[in-house]
Ligand binder design. Structure first.
Ligand code: HEC
Ligand SMILES: [Cu+2]
Length: 297
């Protein structure tokens, strides 16, 4: 659909260029030619021809042609039923400043990453938990406001597998720029595996000793880890070890990055909704990090 829109855009661009060239040519010709003797009636007739032809017929014709191409293209981005295809429904909720991603058919929840099957129609149901955000994956086309108390649907389709980048595109506060979404299109089998691995995910192993206690008393109040904690105010951490970045793209999710996030997230992402844990000994935070690194399907 994004490709069709691009085609319409290039068509409009080509036509506009043609009009510009033609008008310039006529203008230069009019400047350069010798004045001709014309009677008053003749002048009026010529005038009228230009007003009717250039001012009414040409624009009307252009708009009709544009609508012929534009309306079907616009419709293809609307979440209308398609014969023989059941679009995959995914719910994406904007938060200051991270993305909650939920697959209602399988009950899988993740954050800051949107994994989709390539080639399939996807109906992304977007909303917001706080202020207005906007869902935008430039290379997949289309953009949709995420409005609290309202669900908008945008239909997308990735033409091939690979990584695309998403970004919030409605100013939503201090860290609006740090609200990136990792979008990855997998082949059908890869996507089914990804979902199946998370479908009945449940952990039993807590972090050892004090780390486990701190997690239960604090982290778990906001964060969910399947089988361990049930917080819903912050990104679900059940598959945190498999995510490419932390803080919606602020820092890579590797050994050092995770430890740095837990200690310094207030400087890495000033104003973000996670409280500082300065009173927790750094070794304990590191132990929590060790344990978070095991949270993968
Ligand atoms: C008051 C709620 C709250 C508490 C308590 C809390 N967090 Fe967070 N946490 C958040 C929020 C909100 C974010 C998202 C911040 C952002 O990216 O803007 C977050 C992000 C994270 C992330 C990055 C997730 C991602 O996918 O980007 C990790 C890891 C994390 N928290 C671990 C912890 C740990 C470990 C603790 C306990 C020591 C903890 N959190 C306590 C609210 C909380
Ligand atoms: Cu934003």
């Amino acid at each position: 659909m994004a490709r069709q829109i691009a085609h319409v855009w290039w068509g409009m661009f080509a036509f506009a260029t043609l009009v510009l060239v033609a008008v310039s040519a006529i203008w230069i010709y009019a400047l350069a030619r010798k004045p001709r003797e014309t009677s008053k009636e003749q002048a009026v007739r010529i005038n009228r021809r230009w007003v009717i032809g250039g001012g009414i017929v040409l624009p009307s014709l252009s708009i009709v042609v544009l609508l012929i191409f534009g309306i079907p293209t616009g419709r293809s981005m609307m979440p209308l039923p398609v014969e023989g295809q059941q679009p995959l429904k995914i719910e994406v909720t904007g938060h200051q400043w991270w993305w909650e991603v939920h697959y209602p058919d399988s009950g899988v929840t993740t954050a800051n990453q949107l994994i989709i099957p390539a080639g399939r129609l996807i109906d992304v149901n977007v909303t917001s938990a706080d202020v207005i955000h906007s869902f935008w994956i430039p290379r997949l086309g289309g953009k949709m406001d995420m409005i609290p108390g309202r669900t908008n649907v945008i239909r997308l389709q990735a033409g091939h597998t690979g990584v695309f980048h998403g970004q919030c595109s409605e100013f939503c506060g201090l860290q609006h720029a740090h609200m990136k979404l990792h979008v990855e299109a997998l082949d059908d089998a890869g996507f089914d595996n990804w979902i199946a691995a998370r479908e009945n995910l449940s952990f039993t192993q807590r972090a050892p000793g004090e780390a486990g206690q701190v997690f239960d008393e604090r982290c778990g109040q906001c964060h969910r880890v399947a089988g361990i904690s049930n917080g819903s105010r912050a990104p679900d951490l059940s598959d945190i070890a498999t995510r490419p970045s932390l803080g919606a793209g602020v820092i890579d999710n590797d050994h050092d990055g995770l430890r740095q996030w837990l200690r310094e997230h207030k400087t890495l992402k000033f104003g973000n909704g996670m409280p500082a844990h300065d009173d927790v000994p750094p070794q304990t935070l590191d132990q929590i990090a060790d344990w978070l690194e095991t949270l993968a399907p």
